[in-house]
Design a protein around this ligand. Structure first.
Ligand code: NZQ
Ligand code: ZN
Length: 384
């Protein structure tokens, strides 16, 4: 196991009616900006619950954060923060709203030029406004981490940054929020959480049996609970288990002391940037290609995953790896998530555009930092 340092200060308020506890978490005299998306929270009743919990507080609103949040929209919110002297941000929504709020928190106090540099040039975040979250969609883990992914629409670029300064002070997780999710968002969430685990697990062995088994337990629970949520949206227990899986998949716990990959995400973000494909779906497209092309790097862990998660033990190593990839695809498809580029009308020319970007940046990705543009091309061509 590698050396590591680990600290996760996010307070989680989990369970039925936990939104009512909100005001106790925000400083009494705070000047709050509540940030939300396209209006689902008004239809689902979450908006009313939040407003009831914040009765007596000073609350301004900023709505219209889009899925795959835009830099341009975030900068409008930064103007509001400055004009209204906001000193606390409350995100109410899915990963997009949470990520946008994190970027707004950092951009509002950024003094070294264009805040886009935090994303595009990796400029450090030196301060950020405090923020809290009410999560309405289990998927990204954004509620308990310091990551944020923002899109610059005019340039078709999707970039990530991370800083402990934008970790929420608290996150409220009420599983009843799952009851109103459309099938598509449930499926996206299960796949996203599943692939978060895979990015931190499907690498190479470093003698970390506890991290492996934690990762495997999240995968198994998602495989059991995801279909239950899809079949019956009002199954509270399944919703609760799904929600906690998604948080545990990306709160840092299973990443400690082990190598991490993240190539599926980095390539997937390009598919969203060019075609607006939902984040979870891009991962279902790319992961099988990564497993196929990086089967040598990942051999021991793919075989362990196949045996422990799917019970696949028959055949030689190559045959087993093929069967394991096929079983993973079958699981994603069973949730209603197609796994090939043509399913999303992505033309071959997009592969060229993505590969050119990686060629120009000379980026190398993957747990061994050995995946270059040529391999990225192989991965994407595998998905045609
Ligand atoms: O905008 P509203 O009206 O709120 O509707 C949303 C949106 O249309 C709707 N929704 C949310 N909660 C709902 C609901 N509809 C009914 N009932 C509810 N309870 O769902 C739609 C999708 O929401 P979005 O927030 O975009 O989805 P998700 O949570 O999957 O977030 C995706 C974003 O997170 C980023 C992705 O790249 C993408 O931009 N990620 C963030 C990560 C992180 N911060 O750690 C890691 C992930 O790998 C990911 O990259
Ligand atoms: Zn993800």
């Amino acid at each position: 196991m590698y050396n590591f340092e680990f600290r996760n200060p996010v307070k989680i308020l989990f369970g039925k009616e936990s939104i009512s506890k909100l005001s106790g978490e925000i400083p009494a005299n705070a000047n709050i900006l509540m940030i939300y998306g396209g209006g689902s929270i008004k239809r689902t009743g979450v908006y009313d619950q939040v407003m009831a919990a914040l009765k007596g507080c000073t609350v301004a609103e900023f709505s219209g954060i889009e899925a795959n949040p835009h830099y341009e929209t975030c900068m409008e919110a930064v103007d509001v923060v400055k004009k209204k002297n906001i000193d606390f941000l409350l995100a109410v929504g899915g990963g997009s709203v949470l990520d946008a709020t994190k970027f707004i928190a950092a951009a509002a106090l950024y003094e070294n030029g264009d805040p886009w540099d935090i994303l595009a040039a990796g400029k450090p975040v030196e301060k950020a406004l405090p923020l809290g979250a009410v999560l309405t969609l289990p998927a990204t883990g954004s509620e308990m981490n310091g990551n944020s992914v923002i899109t610059r629409a005019e340039r078709q670029e999707k970039k990530a940054f991370g800083s402990p300064l934008v970790m929420p002070q608290f996150s409220v997780l009420d599983p009843e929020c799952v009851f109103t999710l459309p099938d598509r968002q449930v499926a996206n969430g299960v796949v996203d959480a599943f692939v978060h685990v895979m990015e931190q697990y499907l690498t190479f062995k470093v003698n970390s049996p506890l991290q492996d088994r934690l990762a495997e337990s999240i995968l198994t629970t998602l495989i059991e609970e995801g279909p239950k949520v899809l079949a019956d949206r009002k199954n509270y227990d399944a919703a609760a288990n799904f929600m906690w899986c998604a948080t545990m998949a990306l709160n840092g716990m299973i990443a400690v002391g082990v190598p991490q990959d993240w190539s599926t995400h980095v390539i997937g973000h390009e598919l969203t940037a060019f075609h607006g494909i939902d984040h979870g779906r891009t991962l279902a497209i790319v992961l099988p290609g990564v497993m196929h092309v990086k089967r040598d790097n990942k051999k021991d862990k793919i075989l362990q995953y196949g045996e422990r998660i799917w019970g696949i033990t028959a055949g030689n190593e190559d045959e087993r790896i093929d069967a394991i990839i096929a079983r993973t695809v079958e699981f994603f498809e069973s949730l209603g998530v197609p796994c090939r580029l043509p399913d999303y009308n992505v033309p071959e020319s997009t592969i060229t555009k993505i590969v050119d970007r990686f060629k120009q940046s000379e980026a190398k990705i993957g747990e061994k930092q050995d995946m270059d543009y040529l391999e990225i091309e192989k991965i994407l061509r595998d998905r045609l």
